[in-house]
Design a protein around this ligand. Structure first.
Ligand code: ATP
Length: 317
């Protein structure tokens, strides 16, 4: 069976130890949404009363089924859509929905939409990445520096001169992230960044996201892939019937009723743990391992602890 790209990435990089200890988070900007509501002119009301807290330095996954309002919420948080009710805040300060407030907000928060073709404007990759910085009034030298920095951060150097319309879907997705990153935002909101990517593309995407995080950017992504969120995120916000349910990743994925209501499947490690518990009698109650190598270690330990027929502790092998 092919190993999916993000699972390979998670196996190498997951930070499962910090899910319930957020005390290390310092020096980042935080984004909040308080009691947000929104309705389209068609009458559809995807957000009724949504409160989310996107803490700087933490990986947050926004989860929800198709049509649950993920894109709508991200657009409101990024300032590209004004909420019907409620407030967006940065470090607790309400966003002013006027020209000045929104301009400054977009330097702090950048949104990358799901479809790259909605955000590619220029003929070639370098010009596209330069588009945002040029609008900030930077000098040509500063713009060039930002383009080079971003190309290298996202491992896109070889594509620098390529026409955007010739790029593959995955390459176009990385270029749109590069365009957002060139604005040097504190928070990067990604709408379904892995949708449509093959396993290698997903792995490259997560490698790139990790480099962004190392450069001090907080990444928030939306997805309906619960296994991806379980392996990657520190905390999770689930959109369901116009409301958000937020908590640490381990707490949210313990709530199987919530997942069912939200029309989401439990992540594979949660499913596997339940299956193993019911078949082998190994007691649940500990944190579910987040990836395959952790799972294998946990099984080895559990088998070693099992009493043998002679009454002594058994060995796994
Ligand atoms: N421009 C629009 N006009 C009218 N209704 C819209 C518009 N955009 C979205 N909607 C509706 O709002 C609801 C939420 O859409 P949204 O795109 O925010 O959901 P989503 O969770 O991102 O979905 P998906 O996972 O399918 O991308 C859907 O019912 C959708 O049909």
């Amino acid at each position: 069976m092919a190993v999916r790209g993000h699972e390979r990435w998670i196996a190498r990089n997951v930070r499962s130890d910090i899910a319930d200890d957020w005390s290390w988070v310092m020096g980042h900007r935080s984004l909040g949404g308080n009691n947000l509501s929104y309705h389209y002119s068609s009458g559809v009301e995807p957000l009724k009363d949504v409160t989310v807290d996107l803490t700087g330095g933490l990986r947050t996954a926004l989860l929800g089924a198709n049509g649950s309002g993920k894109t709508t919420l991200l657009r409101i948080l990024a300032g590209s859509l004004a909420p019907a009710g409620g407030q967006v805040t940065v470090d607790g300060v309400p966003l002013q929905q006027d020209r000045r407030g929104l301009r400054s907000h977009r330097q702090t928060v950048q949104l990358v939409l799901q479809n790259p073709d909605d955000q590619l404007f220029s003929a070639d990759v370098s010009h596209d990445i330069a588009f945002g910085p040029a609008n900030l009034g930077l000098t040509p030298h500063e713009i060039m520096e930002r383009v080079q920095e971003t190309l290298s951060l996202l491992a896109l150097e070889e594509l620098a001169q390529r026409p955007t319309h010739e790029l593959s879907y995955g390459e176009r997705k990385r270029v749109t992230i590069a365009g957002a990153m060139a604005m040097k935002p504190c928070l990067l909101l990604l709408d379904e960044p892995t949708a449509g990517l093959d396993p290698a593309g997903v792995e490259e995407m997560f490698d790139a996201l990790e480099r962004l995080e190392q450069s001090g950017t907080t990444v928030i992504l939306s997805t309906h892939d619960t296994s991806l969120a379980f392996g990657w995120a520190d905390c999770v916000s689930v959109l369901e019937s116009g409301y958000a349910h937020q908590g640490s990743t381990s707490a949210i994925f313990r709530d199987l009723e919530l997942l069912q209501r939200a029309r989401l499947r439990p992540p594979w490690p949660v499913d596997l743990m339940r299956e193993l518990t019911s078949r082998t009698g190994i007691a649940e109650g500990r944190q579910v391992p987040r990836n395959a190598p952790d799972f294998a270690r946990w099984i080895d330990e559990a088998l070693a602890r099992r009493p043998t027929q002679s009454g002594s502790q058994g060995g796994a092998r």
